[in-house]
Design a protein around this ligand. Structure first.
Ligand code: HEC
Ligand code: HEC
Ligand code: HEC
Length: 426
């Protein structure tokens, strides 16, 4: 055999060995008996567990509308197919009632089931991995006390090869960096608390970071805005853009730390009110958090350096002219011709909304087409009248023109929207 052939064979063998090695890669905790959770009583432990489960917003993904608490069956539309969340009530057969504390820790930190099956990262364990051991112990204790529900969830509808859980070993090898959060000693205690919550339990980056073709978060662009499929009013799934939460002047650079804490704590701030997918994040989770925890999250988020790579297309004069006319006709009555909003009628659209400033206009187009869905349960009334959707009134070109006008007026500089971008959201 020629040396080249030997080298080739050796290289192939190495690749096969590596692939086999990864195929059987099953990271797990080195568990040494019950976790020292530090709670003085069972009540204290359960209360802590409940608080943490709220901060993790498990209910939004594990409880269907009108369904039993944590009994699973919520559908997730992904580029790879449809996936359902599981039953995490303590039912022994269909839930996690037969799981040990270690089983739970391994699922949250390593995305693995007791039988060794890998879990799909639609379950945001890349973030949950950062939860501390004592906190995981408290969450386990609480979840074992919720009402057990016997309910199997529908079978996933994923195309080949994504239906093969075994292949997730490769995904995890590349993209899961398991391990509890490590504090940065050069930062304040509240900054570290905020980082722990935002990066771990609250998994904001699951929506707010862009993902690559294999559905993994792109770390270099973390929190600079992510697009994914979610429900619009009416129940269909459309693309949403979770805007830039870094210090960019079209991201959180627009808001003060206090504005952000108000928004997360109450679903409103001086600029605007929540709508769309953030309704669930705030109404099921962040508004129940202690004031100091919300303040810590805001402190951490406001410290993120600006990441913004996009360059926007400036709208053409003709599109701006058409947009101005349409705006004055359909929007200006509430948002005012100056875009500065009205405390009783509508939020400001000039340099206040991250959604309006976002490079990717998907969420703004959803707000215009389907109308912004107010948060529920209902908050004390703020607006005299709800904003209706414009999907039947305006065609793609008109929505593109009015959106471009708003995005490029009154100091906004978010660029042109094309009719094709609107068509994609219908
Ligand atoms: C963004 C949605 C989402 C959130 C938030 C979420 N989960 Fe899940 N979870 C899922 C999905 C989807 C699955 C199913 C994954 C699969 O089938 O591989 C899952 C699976 C699980 C499993 C594995 C159960 C099994 O039978 O294998 C556990 C345990 C779990 N979640 C616990 C939690 C806890 C605790 C929280 C809150 C801290 C939480 N999840 C928050 C979507 C979510
Ligand atoms: C399930 C996906 C998802 C998660 C998780 C999520 N967001 Fe969002 N976020 C969105 C989407 C989509 C939008 C744009 C539409 C809207 O406001 O609902 C958004 C908008 C925002 C806005 C701008 C609101 C505006 O109107 O300008 C802020 C600020 C924000 N999110 C902060 C957070 C923080 C902080 C977290 C973590 C606690 C978080 N988000 C978690 C999807 C998500
Ligand atoms: C009847 C009054 C009314 C009219 C007319 C109206 N809006 Fe609104 N708009 C509102 C209210 C109220 C909200 C806040 C709802 C919420 O956020 O929950 C809102 C929210 C928005 C938002 C979301 C801002 C954010 O990030 O929170 C956008 C974008 C928007 N409107 C654009 C438009 C455009 C463009 C038009 C015209 C095509 C229009 N609106 C017409 C009342 C109106």
């Amino acid at each position: 055999m020629s040396p080249l052939r030997i080298a080739l064979l050796a290289a192939t063998a190495c690749v096969c060995l590596l692939a086999a090695g990864i195929f059987f890669y099953q990271p797990r905790s080195d568990y040494a008996g019950p976790i020292a959770h530090g709670a003085a009583s069972t009540e204290e432990l359960l209360a802590r567990g409940e608080y943490l489960v709220t901060a993790g917003n498990c209910a939004s993904c594990h409880t269907t509308a009108g369904g039993e608490f944590m009994a699973g069956g919520v559908a997730f539309e992904t580029p790879f197919g449809r996936l359902y969340s599981t039953n995490i009530t303590p039912d022994a057969e269909t839930g996690i009632g037969a799981w040990s504390e270690q089983d739970f820790v391994d699922s949250m930190r390593f995305g693995i089931r007791p039988n060794g099956e890998h879990l799909y990262p639609a379950f945001p364990y890349t973030g949950f991995s950062k939860i501390s051991d004592p906190d995981l112990a408290a969450m386990y204790a609480y979840l074992q006390r919720v009402i057990p529900v016997r309910q199997s969830v529908p079978t996933n509808e994923l195309g080949f090869p994504f239906d093969r859980r075994s292949l997730l070993a490769f995904w995890k090898f590349l993209y899961l960096n398991p391990g509890a959060f490590e504090p940065d000693s050069s930062r304040s205690a509240s900054w570290n608390r905020g980082a722990y919550l935002v990066e771990g339990l609250a998994h904001c980056s699951a929506c707010h970071s862009p993902r690559n073709g294999l559905g993994a978060e792109r770390l270099a662009l973390a929190m600079s805005g992510g697009e994914y499929l979610d429900r619009v009013p009416g129940g269909e799934h459309r693309f949403w853009l979770a805007p830039n939460l870094t210090g960019s002047d079209r991201g959180l650079g627009l808001w003060s730390q206090e504005e952000l804490a108000d928004y997360l704590g109450t679903a409103r701030n001086a600029f605007l009110e929540s709508f769309g997918p953030m309704n669930e994040v705030i109404m099921n989770s962040t508004r129940f958090l202690r004031e100091e925890d919300v303040a810590a999250m805001a402190e951490y988020l406001k410290s993120l350096p600006a990441v913004d790579l996009t360059v926007d297309a400036v709208p053409r004069e003709q599109q701006m002219g058409r947009g101005r006319t349409l705006y004055n006709l359909h929007c200006g009555t509430c948002h005012l011709p100056s875009g500065e909003g009205d405390p009783e009628m509508a939020p400001r659209l000039d340099r206040g909304s991250l959604v309006v400033q976002a490079a990717n206009p998907a969420s703004m187009i959803n707000a215009i087409l389907y109308g912004p869905e107010l948060p529920g349960p209902e908050l004390p009334q703020r607006w005299r009248e709800a904003m209706e959707g414009f999907q039947y009134l305006l065609d793609d070109e008109e929505v593109a023109a009015v959106a471009s006008f708003v995005r490029h007026s009154w100091g906004n500089a978010a660029g042109a929207v094309t009719p094709a971008q609107v068509a994609r959201q219908r």
